[in-house]
Ligand binder design. Structure first.
Ligand code: RUQ
Ligand code: CUA
Length: 860
């Protein structure tokens, strides 16, 4: 056992002494068959309730067409973002705003409802991740998406106009000037029929450079262009940085240009495509290509899109080839931009190219040969820095904070290899389970990798998890890379498509909004034309177009009844009037394939043709309050040409007048008592200047919005009572109470927040005391302000004569007090003896300072 492990175990065991009732650590380890190593790994990843992760991971969701967001090191999944395919929870593909985004993603007019989401990448400034946007490509249907990380929503999808699918995508240049999007399976750039015999003539590969408008947060399709490449199958791409800034690299396979033909008795693709000993790394300069994209002599227009010809690129010294070992895969530029690392599916070597050497050959126009398309080929040996034998099937590489350290995945060997690309030495290897594809380390592909953890994206899980039938989950493994020996510390099954690749980022770089400004269209970021505020709810008709302006707030949808004619085109705009964080409402109509998620402040629209007569319930789909089930309504579709019976509503209440009066008085009394509670909370908030604390202010304002509804509602109740309609008066008073409950709900949340804000600041001793209180295990039994498995310690210093001395002596040697009548009573009451925590005198003194602080603030 390592010393660290021993120490930790001692600590854990000491703490476990407190948990005598729930079992001790040694016992649990024995029962569950855990080793000390396992316990250490658990301590490295376990994240207690309320504690947050340090890093975000954004993983592609493979064939689900989504993006998976999870935290590191806990590996807890936080969200699936709908990208290329509908995602019902978020209303993605069911509300009009997101449908527009997906319609824009149609391929030649055809709606495609799956995607093979592939390589996610962050926006960058100076080669560092910014955390503003995430890009991801769909390999199957050549599309690229922009996700705004303020809302974690897909805001744009662009369809590649010339490729039939893409793979070496979506890699960004160091200031997100462009997003690189390379083709994979070569095909004609036009959409016409071309037979395979014309492969060399008419089939092409290429790289599209999508211009990104950072301030708008959108791809500028008009100023984007494509570089035509030979029909070698393009593989992966990466952009140069530092000394290689302005250049980009895309590798390839099938330099053989083999066209298969098993059905004609010819050997298959796989035989012919791996015949040559080398394929090509394509090296191109996007800064020169950008200039060519402004010169009509250099490009052709295909499908309305600029395609720079191979010929023009070669002439402008913007395109070169370098041989790569057999069937390469993966290309990664080192953080300093000096080297380009290429793996090989069928080669056990990793090749390190030296950009300075490449640049020298280019500048000196020293070319070995030209390929069939006239592209100059640089000499392999003269471009190489060196090669290193890593093992079978090296694919992808990521980097560490330590200069020169790289981690490469070995698909065939199911390993990650740690090596140094400067001295070309292998340092360590760790087995993963099984068949790893991509891998990542924290911010590993930026100019400033953080390292710390590696994540293995294993394609197969085989025997790692409970069986769920023949389709197994994939396995993301978390690996501690902080010490010389790598160690797998967590396995996470991913049950959503093949999570192809991922990127990770420091959590403080992501700055999501928690609520939206009232009336926001989250897909455009602007104000929604259908924004509806309280009191503006209405139904408008023009011809057969019906527009419903609806609001949602705990716990009603307004309007609650909508009647339309068969054949009407109905649009419902829904605004969530809530301001409180996490008070999302959903809106679903039964049987119409309509669903929307309406986060606080959002306006969203749903549209449908009312083509079948009937009664359609609608309701809120998020459990948003105690009366969530009552948040409902009906849509009626009637046939204008039909005659219906004339129904009369039944009398609602069958109570006697005296009983009604009694009920009325009761609810009025409840309301005035509830109002008393609210007024005391409001008084506290005002007295303590809640406006100064933005988060508190937001909740208070939300409470006031609820409270503000009371006056009108109360007036309606009074008017009904005056008219003698006690039944109506009761119902309106009930509604007053509903508003009060919601006011109190948010108001109390605001009060708790404010209490924390205004507590007196802790001095240094109290602060270390609080730390010692937690680290020493006290918080295992004592919760300040609350009786839990031990007594509440608020006021403990005052409960005893000479309190400070008593508490000090008691913590130092509790055994001495077990017979003290007071302590004995406590032991009996809690069925637990306070153990000796072996605390140091200084720690105990600090804890007393902390308890003093607790008492000082107990009054708040
Ligand atoms: S690559 S098949 Cu990302 Cu290893 Cu796609
Ligand atoms: Cu709103 Cu349930």
């Amino acid at each position: 056992m390592r010393v660290g492990a021993k120490l930790l175990l001692l600590c854990l065991c000491a703490a476990a002494g407190l948990y005598a009732q729930s079992g001790d650590l040694q016992k649990i380890m024995k029962e569950r068959g855990l080793s000390e190593r396992d316990v250490l790994a658990a301590a490295k990843t376990y994240t207690p309730s309320g504690m947050k992760d340090k890093y975000y991971a954004f993983s592609s969701g493979g064939q689900s067409g989504q993006v998976i967001v999870y935290g590191i090191p806990s590996m807890r999944i936080l969200k699936y973002i709908g990208v290329f395919t509908p995602e019902p929870w978020q209303g993605y593909g069911y509300d009009e705003e997101s449908k527009k985004i997906l319609e824009n993603a149609n391929i030649r007019g055809k709606q495609v409802t799956w995607g093979d989401s592939h390589h996610p990448n962050f926006s960058e400034k100076n080669g560092e991740y910014t955390g503003d946007f995430l890009f991801i490509n769909d390999k199957a249907n050549p599309r690229i998406a922009v996700i705004d990380l303020k809302t974690f929503e897909t805001v744009q999808i662009a369809v590649n106009p010339v490729f039939k699918n893409t793979h070496g995508s979506s890699f960004v240049t160091p200031n997100t000037e462009y997003i690189l999007d390379a083709a994979q399976l070569a095909a004609p750039l036009e959409d016409d029929y071309v037979p395979i015999e014309a492969y060399e003539d008419k089939f092409r590969g290429g790289v599209t450079m999508w211009k990104f408008d950072y301030s708008k947060g959108r791809i500028d399709e008009k100023n984007s262009f494509t570089l035509e490449l030979p029909p070698y199958m393009q593989d992966l791409s990466d952009a140069g940085k530092g000394p290689s800034f302005g250049w980009a690299f895309t590798n390839s396979f099938n330099s053989e240009m083999y066209t298969g033909g098993l059905e004609r008795g010819l050997p298959p693709f796989e035989a012919g495509m791996s015949r040559n000993d080398v394929d090509f790394l394509q090296v191109y300069n996007w800064q020169i290509l950008e200039k060519l994209s402004k010169d009509p002599k250099s490009y052709k227009i295909i499908n309305g899109h600029k395609v720079i010809t191979i010929e023009a690129a070669v002439k402008a010294n913007a395109l070169f080839l370098i041989p790569e070992p057999k069937s390469p895969h993966g290309v990664d530029v080192t953080p300093d931009g000096k080297f380009i690392i290429v793996g090989g599916k069928l080669d056990s070597h990793e090749s390190v190219y030296d950009f300075a050497k490449i640049k020298k050959l280019i500048d000196a126009k020293e070319f070995a040969l030209k390929d069939a398309y006239g592209i100059p080929i640089l000499d392999l040996q003269k471009s190489l820095y060196g090669q290193v034998e890593l093992g079978l099937g090296p694919l992808h590489t990521t980097f560490d904070a330590v200069d020169g350290i790289a981690y490469t995945s070995l698909y065939v060997d199911s390993q990650i290899v740690k090596w140094n690309y400067r001295d070309l030495k292998v340092l360590d290897r760790v087995n993963v389970n099984y068949n790893i594809g991509h891998l990542d380390s924290i911010e590993g592909k930026s100019v400033k990798p953080i390292g710390k953890y590696a994540i293995a994206l294993d394609k197969l899980s085989i025997d790692r998890f409970l069986s769920v039938g023949p389709l197994h989950p994939q396995n993301h493994q978390l690996i501690d890379i902080t010490s010389p020996k790598m160690e797998v510390i967590y396995d996470m099954p991913i049950p959503l498509g093949e999570p192809h690749d991922m990127v990770s980022i420091s959590a403080d770089k992501i700055k999501p909004v928690k609520t939206l400004q009232m009336g926001t269209d989250s897909r455009s970021g602007g104000r929604h034309e259908g924004m509806t505020l309280a009191g503006q709810e209405r139904i408008e008709r023009s011809g057969n177009q019906v527009k419903v302006y609806m609001t949602a707030i705990r716990s009603h949808l307004n309007p609650e009844h909508i009647t339309v004619n068969k054949g009407d085109e109905v649009t419902i705009y829904i605004t969530n009037l809530e301001r409180a964080v996490d008070e999302t409402h959903g809106f679903g109509i039964s049987g119409l394939n309509i669903h929307a998620s309406i986060e606080p402040g959002k306006t969203v629209s749903v549209k449908f043709k009312a083509d079948k007569e009937g009664v359609y319930p609608y309701y809120c789909t998020e459990f948003c309050s105690a009366l969530h089930l009552e948040m409902m309504g009906y849509l009626y579709v009637k046939d204008p040409n039909k005659k219906y019976p004339d129904y009369k509503a039944a009398a609602i209440s069958k109570l006697s007048k005296a009983d009604l009066e009694k009920e009325y008085q009761k609810i009025v009394a409840t309301n005035s008592a509830t109002d008393g509670v609210i007024q005391s909370v409001v008084g506290f908030l005002q007295k303590n200047g809640y406006e100064k604390y933005p988060a508190v202010k937001q909740n208070v304002e939300d409470a006031f919005v609820q409270y503000g509804n009371i006056k009108d509602t109360k007036a309606k109740a009074d008017a009904a009572y005056k008219k003698g309609d006690i039944n109506q008066a009761i119902l309106w008073e009930m509604q007053v109470w509903q508003y009060m409950v919601k006011t109190a709900d948010v108001g109390l949340r605001a009060k708790a927040q404010l209490e924390r804000e205004i507590a007196t600041p802790m001095n240094a001793a109290a602060k270390s005391g609080e730390e010692a209180f937690h680290a020493g295990g006290c918080s295992g039994c004592h919760v300040v302000g609350q009786v839990s498995s031990g007594p509440d310690l608020t006021g403990v210093l005052l409960r005893h004569e000479n309190g400070e001395k008593f508490v000090y002596d008691f913590i130092i040697s509790p055994e001495k007090y077990y017979n003290n009548p007071y302590i004995d009573a406590m032991i009996k009451a809690f069925n637990l003896r306070m153990p000796n925590q072996n605390m140091k005198p200084k720690e105990v003194k600090d804890i007393i300072e902390y308890l003093k602080w607790v008492d000082e603030n107990a009054g708040i």
